[in-house]
Design a protein around this ligand. Structure first.
Ligand SMILES: C[S@@+](CC[C@H](N)C(=O)[O-])C[C@H]1O[C@@H](n2cnc3c(N)ncnc32)[C@H](O)[C@@H]1O
Length: 323
């Protein structure tokens, strides 16, 4: 289906414990040459190296916990768009550990699911109807026009220099009547009761994400800037729907579902605060390592303080390509 077969590397082909790497070997090995920053691995230099998060076990565990809290948030659903039950082909851009694509493939065994990413970190034990490819979503997409019935993207904040281009490509490869859905989080951390104070660690997270995003030309303020709705509208999607949630960063919420979501948010953040922040804080903003460590300690304390009620915003926008 795609014009550049050399880029169609399934995770099976590029798995380090797979002996059957043949013609793709040189490309595969360059993809597996991960960069190392302060002991953590990051995707290879074959792609622009601005993506901020590591691709190792620790970060992947956080990504899987994130999937869990987002699924809880959507009451067990994987998406909000009103797609048809007999959908044929689905694309998940920036699939990460592939957990969304795998769950989707399990729920829709007759649908072909493709997940793409810069890193080949997806498992190789996967349902027969899912495949993973290495592909840079910021470059021109090579799939044919109208190839997918549903294009899904989640948590690409801080990764995308041009959201309009991303949605233009999504529109092109989406079949008439098909859907696009984008779920994003805003980096700003706030509270409704003044317990997140200016200059506190929670407040500083948001500010530093915003500053470093500006420096690398990949915004973390994607909800404030309305990149999803603007990009989808400009591309030509119609019937846009927006759903916004306040996400507690610990278990403080009175609502039991949100309290549970919040406990998982704290878990995912605490599991890998270093991973979320090291590249941006140290390499982009030039913080000394010891200040960074002190900042992380204050963040842990604030997250555990029941008197502080921090939250951030998650927003889903979905739209349909006209028939
Ligand atoms: C925060 S993770 C989200 C993973 C997944 N979408 C999810 O929600 O579970 C962002 C993912 O986007 C990938 N990514 C970043 N820039 C990308 C690009 N230009 N092309 C493809 N994937 C990219 C990263 O490698 C990472 O796996």
């Amino acid at each position: 289906m795609r014009g550049k077969p050399s880029l169609r590397l399934t995770s099976e082909l590029i798995s380090p414990d797979n002996d059957s790497i043949h013609s793709t070997e040189s490309v595969s090995s360059s993809i597996l040459e991960y960069r190392i920053i302060r002991g953590r691995t990051y995707h290879s230099e074959r792609h622009d190296s601005s993506y901020y998060a590591p691709n190792d076990e620790r970060q992947n565990a956080s990504a899987d916990i994130t999937h869990h809290y987002l699924t809880l948030l959507l009451d067990g659903k994987l998406f909000l768009a009103p797609i048809k039950q007999d959908i044929k082909r689905v694309l998940d851009i920036g699939t990460g550990t592939g957990i969304w694509a795998i769950d989707f493939a399990d729920e829709y065994p007759h649908t072909e699911v493709t997940g793409t990413d810069l890193s080949p970190t997806q498992p190789s034990w996967i349902p027969p109807n899912v495949r993973f490819e290495i592909d840079d979503a910021t470059q021109s997409w090579t799939w044919d026009e109208g190839s997918f019935d549903f294009v899904h993207m989640r948590y690409l904040f801080g990764s995308i220099p041009d959201w309009n281009q991303l949605f233009r490509e999504a529109f092109r490869i989406c079949a008439p009547g098909g859907w696009v859905e984008s779920g994003e989080a805003e980096c700003l951390v706030t509270s409704d009761d003044g317990t997140v104070k200016p200059g506190s660690a929670m407040d500083t997270w948001g500010r530093l994400f915003a500053e470093s995003g500006e420096k690398i030309g990949r915004s973390f303020k994607v909800i404030t800037e309305e990149v999803q709705r603007k990009g989808m509208e400009a591309a030509g999607f119609v019937d846009l729907q927006t759903v916004r949630y306040k996400i507690p960063m610990s278990g403080w919420a009175a609502d039991p579902k949100l309290a549970e979501v919040g406990r998982y948010v704290r878990l995912t953040v605490e599991n890998d605060m270093e991973g979320y922040s090291t590249f941006l804080w140290n390499n982009v903003l030039g913080w000394p390592a010891d200040e960074h460590q002190i900042f992380l300690m204050s963040s842990r304390q604030e997250l555990r303080d029941r008197n502080i009620h921090p939250y951030f915003t998650v927003q889903y926008v979905y739209g349909r390509k006209p028939e």
